[in-house]
Design a protein around this ligand. Structure first.
Ligand code: ADP
Length: 631
């Protein structure tokens, strides 16, 4: 989405003005219009047709009734009836056709509406993706959309209602003008007083009151929902945390075993924020209901006054009986359309509070995407990475996760990274892959700070198998290739290299076998170890110059583990490999070993060299583990 700066956190709670209401919705209107060209034009045409069609009926019916009550000319009557039938038929057909087109385009609009957020989430700096605040904002936006259709969901219906209101008002005015211009004839006696301009003013004022006060009351009612948007944030959070527990497959065993639904229900029941005893229900029962009722009753009384005026003028002979139906119809439609316009404007104003949350999310800056240098795809794969005095702490924490790390990767070599839990191994990899930027020092690729490279280009240099990798409930081949279309031979080779060859042979539909049973009954549930092999194959298929394996054998049984080690050299080929492991025995075959301790690299060398340092950390870890294995 385009960059804009309408909202800043400072004005989060500021009063909503009409100017801001217009600005935020105009931006959304332009962005959404760009994403789905034509949707607003088609909506406006549909609004015009559906607003004006009833007036054609009102106008022609009035002419027919006047004719019936007056001259009763068969020829004129026939023409009028045919004109009414024909015009209504054509307009109805046209409205139906445009509605179909609008519904069709709306599907695209709905997808686009969601894309705004997925695109942002996917392009956001990882440090922000990792923050609870970002997820909170997104879940608030989703919840606001779900419970009241607030946010971008208001825009299209809002636009449809605004345009419908405008066309409706124009049509009604056109049909009402003659109510004021046709005078009561002298034969009307004392009723000629109705020709006095004061009556015109009075009726216009009554119309104004009807159309103004009743939607104002309604808007007052709606305002309570906006006011409670702050209040409901907390309930929304509870709702998204507990409301969908039952559908979360990974929790189903815990829920059964410990009856967790009892705790969850506590927040969802009548005592919960959205329950019958909650503040939202109290609003609905009390003040919101009172405003809505007041709006409806004022409207009825004032409309009645206008009807009396119309009937009196007709009684006094200003116009025929048919025109009464025309004026009554037009006046009713006029007040309805003005109400619609004011209510919609009020709804958009209320929606501004929810749009602010959307902007707060969309305006999170994408600092990492500023670099533009290309990593130039080198055929020789000579990519040299260096950490120069790198220090890093996670956002929101004070403790350094890495401190003064200096190291250089030797191209084409296999390097192991070892150390106790929490010593900084994974953080080191996350910085290398630019999931975070260090606060101090520099990481260089071929001598250039990695922040200067195009982010996606830089990411292409690495293939990582994270400890907590995730596969998708999709066919095996698609998982490995990360795409719908792929080179089957290369996927097979990657799976074989990762040690999945035998299992692949047993897969009922080969690469087309669906993993997991989320979507299909005959999906295959793979074990943790098998999933890990698929994840390794996925990294191999990427064919990046660097391959990083974070605890790659943690979920494998000893046989599978030995198989991976024995094939490790074949697996990584000429790539530079980085291998993180707790098990030192699995690092022996690496060319070089980095030992992390409390965020620092305290030793570096081959297995033999490190073992020779009898007071070193590596020596200590090695013997601790050897004891464990032999004991
Ligand atoms: P290792 O991979 O060696 O087990 P990590 O790199 O995961 O260690 O962790 C290094 C330090 O950073 C630890 O103290 C850990 O608690 C902390 N840490 C890791 N991830 C986060 C995070 N997302 N937010 C805050 N601190 C973290």
């Amino acid at each position: 989405m385009a960059k804009r700066s309408i909202h800043s956190k400072a004005d989060g709670e500021a009063k909503i003005t009409w100017k801001e209401t217009f600005k935020v919705h105009y931006w959304a209107f332009r962005e959404m219009g760009r994403g789905c060209p034509g949707i607003f034009t088609v909506t406006a045409i549909h609004s015009a047709l559906s607003a004006l069609t009833p007036y054609v009926t009102i106008f022609l019916s009035a002419r027919i009734i006047n004719e019936l009550a007056g001259s009763r000319r068969p020829g004129t009557l026939q023409t009028l009836v045919l004109a009414e039938l024909f015009s209504v038929a054509v307009l109805t057909l046209l409205t139906g056709g445009v509605l179909r087109l609008k519904e069709f385009m709306k599907c695209k609009y709905d997808v686009r509406k969601e894309r705004v957020f997925t695109d942002k989430m996917l392009s956001m700096d990882f440090a922000d993706v990792d923050k609870t605040e970002s997820h909170d904002l997104l879940s608030q936006i989703e919840q606001n959309g779900r419970w009241g259709g607030w946010g971008l969901g208001v825009l299209l219906p809002g636009f449809a209602e605004l345009t419908r209101g405008v066309f409706g008002i124009l049509g009604a005015i056109a049909l009402t003008v003659s109510l004021f211009t046709l005078p009561v004839p002298k034969s009307g006696g004392s009723l000629t007083v109705l020709n006095h301009p004061v009556f015109i003013l009075g009726i216009v004022a009554a119309l104004g009151l009807v159309t103004w006060i009743s939607p104002l009351c309604n808007n007052k009612a709606i305002e309570y929902w906006t006011r409670s948007s702050e209040e409901s944030k907390f309930f929304n959070r509870l709702f998204s945390a507990f409301g969908f527990l039952y559908g979360d497959r990974s929790r189903s065993m815990d829920i059964r075993m410990y009856d967790q639904q009892v705790i969850a229900r506590h927040y969802m029941g009548s005592d919960g924020g959205f329950g019958t005893k909650g503040p939202m229900a109290a609003y609905a029962r009390g003040v919101v209901g009172a405003w809505a009722a007041l709006g409806a009753s004022i409207s009825s009384v004032m409309t009645g006054a206008v009807y009396v005026f119309v009937c009196l003028k007709a009684w006094a002979g200003a116009f025929g009986i048919g025109s009464v139906t025309q004026y009554v119809g037009a006046v009713t439609a006029l007040s309805q359309n003005i109400s619609l316009l004011i209510q919609t404007a009020g709804r958009l104003k209320s929606n501004t509070a929810f749009m602010r949350t959307i902007y707060e999310f969309l305006d999170i800056p994408n600092a990492m995407y500023q670099g533009s240098l290309s990593t130039e795809k080198r055929a020789d794969r000579e990519y040299e990475v260096e950490f120069r005095d790198v220090s890093f702490h996670y956002p929101g924490t004070e403790t350094w996760a890495l401190r003064h790390v200096n190291m250089k990767f030797k191209i084409g070599k296999k390097m192991a990274v070892v150390g106790e839990n929490g010593s900084g191994k994974t953080t080191f990899i996350k910085l290398l892959c630019r999931l975070y930027d260090p606060q101090e020092g520099q990481i260089l690729l071929n001598g250039i700070d990695i922040r200067k490279y195009d982010y996606r280009d830089y990411m292409d240099v690495f293939a990582v198998v994270f400890q907590d990798f995730q596969l998708l409930a999709q066919p095996l081949g698609n998982n490995v290739a990360g795409a719908q279309e792929y080179d089957a031979d290369r996927v097979k080779k990657a799976l074989m290299d990762a040690g999945f060859g035998e299992r692949l042979g047993a897969m009922p539909e080969g690469l087309d076998t669906m993993l997991y049973k989320d979507y299909v009954k005959d999906g295959v549930e793979v074990s943790g170890g098998e999933a890990q092999k698929i994840a390794i194959a996925r990294a191999l298929y990427r064919d990046a110059p660097f391959i990083i394996l974070d605890e790659p054998t943690a979920a494998l049984d000893p046989v599978a583990e030995a198989e991976i080690y024995s094939k490790f050299n074949d697996i990584v080929g000429d790539k530079t490999a980085i291998y993180i492991s707790h098990r030192l025995s699995s690092c022996k075959f690496c060319d070089e070993i980095l030992v992390f301790h409390k965020g620092q690299v305290i030793q570096q060398g081959t297995h033999e060299e490190l073992l020779a340092e009898a007071r070193g950390k590596y020596y200590e870890l090695w013997h601790a583990q050897a004891q464990y294995y032999t004991g």
